[in-house]
Design a protein around this ligand. Sequence first.
Ligand code: ZN
Ligand code: ZN
Length: 255
Amino acid sequence: MKYKLIPLLLTLSVALCLSLSLAACDETPAEEKGADGHTHIAETFNVNEEQHWKTCTVCGEKFSAENHSYLADNACETCGYSSVYTKGLTYLLDKVTGTYTVQSIGDARDVSELIIPAYYEGKAVASIGSEGFDGRTSLESVVIPAGVTSIGSRAFYGCANLSSVTVKGASKLASIGNYAFSHCGSLRKISLPAGVTSIGENAFEYTSLTEIGFGGTVAKWQALQKGDGWDNETGNYTVTCSDGKVAKDGTVTMN
Ligand SMILES: [Zn+2]
Ligand SMILES: [Zn+2]
């Protein structure tokens, strides 16, 4: 009987070694995995005042919880949470993605400096709704958090005194809706992140744009989808890309 145990033990120890080395090859930390071994999936963070964490869209488990660590601008370097933002705006929850759209000015109607929060009630603010702030002539500046991926149509239409639009940090902004900044006559410059893939029809018409910053290359700017009339009646702008400049008439000057 004893002799029969030896090969069994050998087999077991080989199997154990194999599984250990396989585990070592998989670089996903154990805390980012569910009980059945799946890697948790989450696009955005959830937050409270002390911490950020992710909630798995597959199993609902919380993972990667950490305390915020604040940078000089009072925003967490990992999740972008900040307690400094404009209070009183209204929001709509997308139950599928678990993110919010900021919908309107709400109780902040006379504000001149609009700071859209990165999170509302613990969930990421991922878009700016259509007509959210149209016709708000009190607005002079707006700060858009990094997690916003889309700006809705006519979102800032006719904000005649809006001169400063700041898109924060590692922005995920991809689409700018039709007429989004149309008739923002005071808008002279804007910086757009490299991830922008579409600018809607008439999006910047009747602005005073002379300077557009673009985080991507000239080739990327040229490939970007631009709707009809997106730059009607703007200033004579230059787009400064990472490797060169593009004039309003399309002339390219490489660095
Ligand atoms: Zn999971
Ligand atoms: Zn954080």
